[in-house]
Design a protein around this ligand. Structure first.
Ligand SMILES: [Zn+2]
Length: 398
């Protein structure tokens, strides 16, 4: 266990810091309170240990609790359960419905049984703290603040936020991407990918129809058309006089290097996630149709084939390999993946521009020796990865 609990929070530290500098004293107060509570939580290593039972399988059953504006999860009261009546509380019902939509998405689209793949129960906590401008996943529970009312409204109001947070759970139970530096930025990006896909799935939108924004409903509710992040245009999700501009890069040439500390956003995880986010958007836009179909399946399979230390380059290579395995080597899906990564400054290993177009031309031809060798290489790589994973399991005894 790390010395400090790394919570998966929706509000990046850079945003809270800018809120602290606001000339609006109420915004400053909300940011300070949120930072203090978050700092306290990070030091509270017992948060997860206090709920051993929560990890038990529960057929994805939802339970929503009301913290009544305190920071105590154990003393929160039951607001809604799977078989119980509707709550009189709007936030509780909204959290309940959206937890359900996210659970159903994973079940119906990827045949995944809840967050851990084994029917993990979903526990949501609403009205956490007072004017808490954040929402977080602590590995067991999903916790929502009410927001300060100006920069953030009630965090239960955004399906992309909830799916983003639960997405951290899916990553934790698959690749287990370490939450710092490039693996952390990939972890953040996967959550945005899930967040956007669940949002689009719930709305029935194609990649072209969607706005690709994360948290549009809850971030600066008074300002239209902005959000916490934009997968389509990282760096352009918000631009206000008060806070300046969204700092996300959309290309490797703008990669942000920061310290591996909370203040440094664990190596700029909420910044650099813009790069793989853009790659996913370009892939989905190029393939067309629904993002959760080919693009989402390629990313999900690549996530499952990744490990805790996977970096951008390896992940790009894996999505390319998976696209070939799922939809054919040199097919339009694989070509879309290749071009998307190239657009953000990452060249898939061993594939030059010339090779890619040659492959496209020879796609579907029987007996192409290059395709056969590639397919064999993929099989060997997968096999060695599985062997390595098995060895890891044996050595850790887990
Ligand atoms: Zn996150």
């Amino acid at each position: 266990m790390t010395s400090e609990l790394r919570l998966n929070c929706i509000t990046p530290p850079y945003l809270l810091k800018r809120m602290l500098k606001s000339d609006d004293s109420e915004v400053r107060q909300a940011a300070l309170n949120t930072l203090l509570t978050t700092a306290h939580l990070r030091g509270e290593r017992s948060v997860q240990a206090a709920f051993p039972g929560a990890a038990a399988p529960g057929n994805g059953r939802r339970t929503v609790y009301d913290c009544r504006n305190t920071t105590s999860l154990p003393f929160a009261i039951l607001a809604r359960s799977e078989d119980g009546p509707e709550s009189t509380d709007v936030s509780a019902n909204r959290a309940f419905d959206t937890l359900g939509k996210t659970r159903d998405f994973f079940q119906q689209v990827y045949a995944r049984d809840s967050i851990d793949g084994h029917g993990m129960r979903l526990d949501g906590y609403v009205h956490y703290d007072y004017e808490f401008a954040n929402a977080f996943w602590n590995g067991r529970q999903m916790v929502f603040g009410d927001g300060d009312g100006r920069i953030f409204s009630d965090l239960t109001g955004s399906i992309s936020v909830i799916a983003h947070e639960l997405g951290h759970g899916v990553t934790e139970h698959t690749a287990g991407l370490e939450y710092h530096n490039q693996s952390g930025a990939l972890n953040e990006s996967m959550s945005d990918v899930f967040g956007a896909m669940v949002d689009q799935w719930a709305l029935g939108q194609t990649a072209e129809q969607a706005d690709w924004l994360i948290g549009r409903e809850v971030f600066t509710p008074h300002i239209e058309a902005d959000a916490l992040r934009s997968m389509k245009a990282p760096g352009h999700a918000w631009n206000t006089e008060k806070f300046g501009k969204d700092p996300q890069p959309d290309h490797m040439s703008k990669y942000v290097n920061m310290p591996d500390t909370y203040e440094g956003d664990w190596g700029a995880v909420h910044y650099n996630s813009g790069i793989p986010n853009k790659a996913f958007y370009v892939t989905a836009a190029t393939i067309g149709g629904y993002s959760w179909e080919a693009p989402g399946l390629i990313w999900y399979e690549a996530l499952k084939a990744s490990n805790s230390e996977t970096r951008f380059q390896e992940f790009a290579d894996t999505t390319y390999r998976k696209a070939g395995q799922l939809y054919g080597t040199g097919g339009s899906e694989q070509t879309a993946v290749l071009r998307a990564w190239r657009e953000v400054g990452i060249s898939v290993t061993g594939v030059s521009t010339g090779l890619a177009s040659a492959q496209t031309r020879t796609a579907g031809q029987n007996g192409d020796p290059f395709t056969a060798v590639r397919a064999l290489t993929v099989q060997v790589q997968d096999l060695s990865r599985e062997v390595a994973a098995l060895k890891g399991r044996v050595s850790t005894g887990g």
